[in-house]
Design a protein around this ligand. Structure first.
Ligand code: ZN
Length: 268
């Protein structure tokens, strides 16, 4: 048994097998990563998947995962970084993805929030990376912002054969239904604890528990009551608590479910 106490704001006792998994963190963005990982483990987070967003962060994620037994990596190029790509990025990515601790290709996707001018390039890089994932039999981790209909269209025509995860999902209930049909799972982070998170909470309510996972997307998007602070995987219990409340299941059962879901998709 482990008892963890987040600055006296939450205090739970959970069984060893109910430990949580943070399926989307950016550990490479921390200067004090060692301490961050240790604090997470002491707060019930048993495994962390650290996600790359370009070649150098992906390389760093693989290094971190190689160093820590309970850390895994996904490698990929985020849509905001496609314009900076030079040379044969795909071979470099493939070399990284062959590492034993790499459990997926991500985060990849489409993001029209800041610019749609490079739509074509974003789509091309997304498709190339889905094809790489399929070749290596790895699941994909998708980031989609203000681009859901194009994302859906690409995913329908280029199905990820080893499955996929929509990270920090912010789309509609209808799009989530389409994605369920494509065998996608969904991970949610701090946003679901925000006061104005009605849409995300409706999506969570509509999904089967078998398709839900937990993420922090740290160091960004800290959950309430830490909103505005630097986010860390150790805050995962706040997100779990909110999702369990929406689904009307116990904290412990939701911990078990989300952990099993992550272990199944990423084979960890
Ligand atoms: Zn991220």
């Amino acid at each position: 048994m482990i008892k963890f106490d987040l600055e006296s704001k939450i205090c739970y006792t959970i069984c060893m097998e109910n430990y949580m998994i943070d399926v989307h963190a950016h550990l490479n963005d921390f200067d004090d990563m060692e301490k961050v990982i240790l604090n997470s483990n002491q707060n019930g987070v048993k495994k962390i998947i650290t996600a790359g967003y370009d070649l150098s962060s992906s390389r760093k994620c693989v290094e971190i995962a190689s160093q820590y037994e309970n850390v895994f990596a996904v490698v990929g190029v985020h849509p905001e970084n496609v314009d900076a790509l030079k040379g044969d990025y795909l071979s470099a990515l493939q070399d990284l993805a062959k590492n034993d601790k790499v459990v997926g290709i991500g985060e990849i996707g489409l993001d029209y929030h800041y610019t749609k001018e490079n739509k074509g390039k974003q789509a091309q890089v997304l498709i190339e990376q889905i094809e790489l994932a399929n070749k290596l039999n790895l699941p994909i981790v998708v980031h989609s912002r203000d681009a859901m209909s194009d994302t859906l269209e690409i995913l329908k025509s280029h199905m990820p054969s080893a499955g996929g995860l929509m990270h920090c999902y912010s789309g509609s209930v209808e799009s989530a239904k389409e994605l369920l049909k494509l065998n996608f799972s969904f991970s949610f982070g701090g946003v679901c604890t925000f006061k104005n998170a009605k849409n995300v909470c409706e999506v969570i309510a509509s999904l089967p528990c078998e398709r839900i996972m937990l993420e922090t997307d740290c160091p960004y998007m800290a959950p309430v009551p830490h909103r505005g602070e630097r986010n860390e995987p150790k805050f995962l219990p706040h997100i779990l608590e909110k999702i369990a409340e929406i689904k009307g299941v116990s904290f412990e059962d939701m911990a078990t479910k989300t952990t099993q879901n992550a272990e199944r998709l990423f084979k960890i």
